[in-house]
Design a protein around this ligand. Sequence first.
Ligand code: NAD
Length: 427
Amino acid sequence: MESRDIAPGAGEWESEIYHEAVGQFDRVAELINLDENVRERLRCPQRSIIVTFPFRRDEYAEVDTLYGYRVQHVLTMGPTKGGIRYAPDVSLGEVAGLAMLMTWKCSIVGLPFGGAKGGVRLSPEGLTRAELQRITRRYTAEIINFIGPNQDIPAPDLGTNEQTMAWIMDTYSQHQGHATPAVVTGKPPELGGSIARREATGRGVVSLLTPSADHIGLKVAGARVVIHGFGNVGKYAAVAASELDCKVVAVSDISGGVYDENGLIVYNVIKWVDENGTLEGFPDADHIGNDDMFTLPCDVLIPAAVGGVLTAANAPDVKARLILEGANNPTTGEADAIFKERDIFLVPDVLANAGGVTVSYFEWVQDLQNYFWSENETVARLREIMSRAFAEVLAISMDRHVTMREAALIKGVERVAKAKLVRGVYP
Ligand code: NAD
């Protein structure tokens, strides 16, 4: 019983993001009057793995020690699922918080997974392909007994990509003695990856623009859209928004933003970034700072870069009537309260960006069956799952008079809690 006295986020998983994730969970647990025993179990990730391993640079001058992590939050629902990130600030607490969010995300869209997350603490910039390959293979070897198609299925996240997944799949398969594509998702299509995975998150986010706009009485055609982040999520969100005849008035990457009140030609922006690597120098628009993005005149704001960008400092000046969270955790708790107060309709990350894990689920199913669907079939199934989840979350939000974030978490937490109660305690 003593562990119940430990403050949320304290102890083994101490970190801002774990603290926030537990705080959100606790608020929802109160709202639904969650069983105290289940509450305590869901606060604590079930498995937290820390590994250290040697890494030698190409010139072999010295051997460094690297830290790697994998956290599996809940094993009740099926295998666990979640990305692997390579970043300099990766910690056990960070991946624990993100693993918890993955549990709710999978549950909200009805996937048979618990949440997981992993990572290696390093700066991938400046490392050679051979170095990244050695790191990936050794990290995989260290966690190999904890991953697998029926156990835990990694995917790309910050600093990792299709190639990283190919190396993980190859390392795992070498140890098994046969090709095992279903051990990871987000692979290259040649290895059984889904063709639609690359665009899934951005397109999934924007698939919720129309039902959200209908709900708040906003006209979709001509709606002004601002997108913070122009990577995998932001770029395809921009394409999908322009296909809906919205006016994408601003996009940004780490170098800053570009703005045209009459609407950017998204195709030209993508062409520029593909050729130059960044938005810097894009000729056909005004250049603005990243911080200015959030307070531009617009109807729809899509944060699609990093966490913690919508804060108490800029939330009062946000002009958008609709926020679709493409990034994970872009809104602080204080900003969330301000948006609620200002009646800004916010579709939370655990729902809005669930398109990525949904298509990952499709990839896993297809790999297990060795039967592959067409791109159109995959996209149609993605739309169906996203719009059903949206309608269910909206109904909870209206019935219980809670925000969309609270409603999404209620849906996510309730399903997992019921599963835990019905499975019982072992032994
Ligand atoms: P990405 O690396 O492809 O793109 C990130 C974009 O953000 C780039 O344009 C980059 O220049 C910009 N950026 C990076 N740091 C920034 C900073 N400090 N300030 C402003 N801009 C910055 O990443 P992504 O895959 O598009 O992921 C973006 C977000 O979406 C992340 O929060 C990620 O966790 C979340 N997400 C991604 C997926 C997916 O399928 N890719 C799924 C769910 C959630």
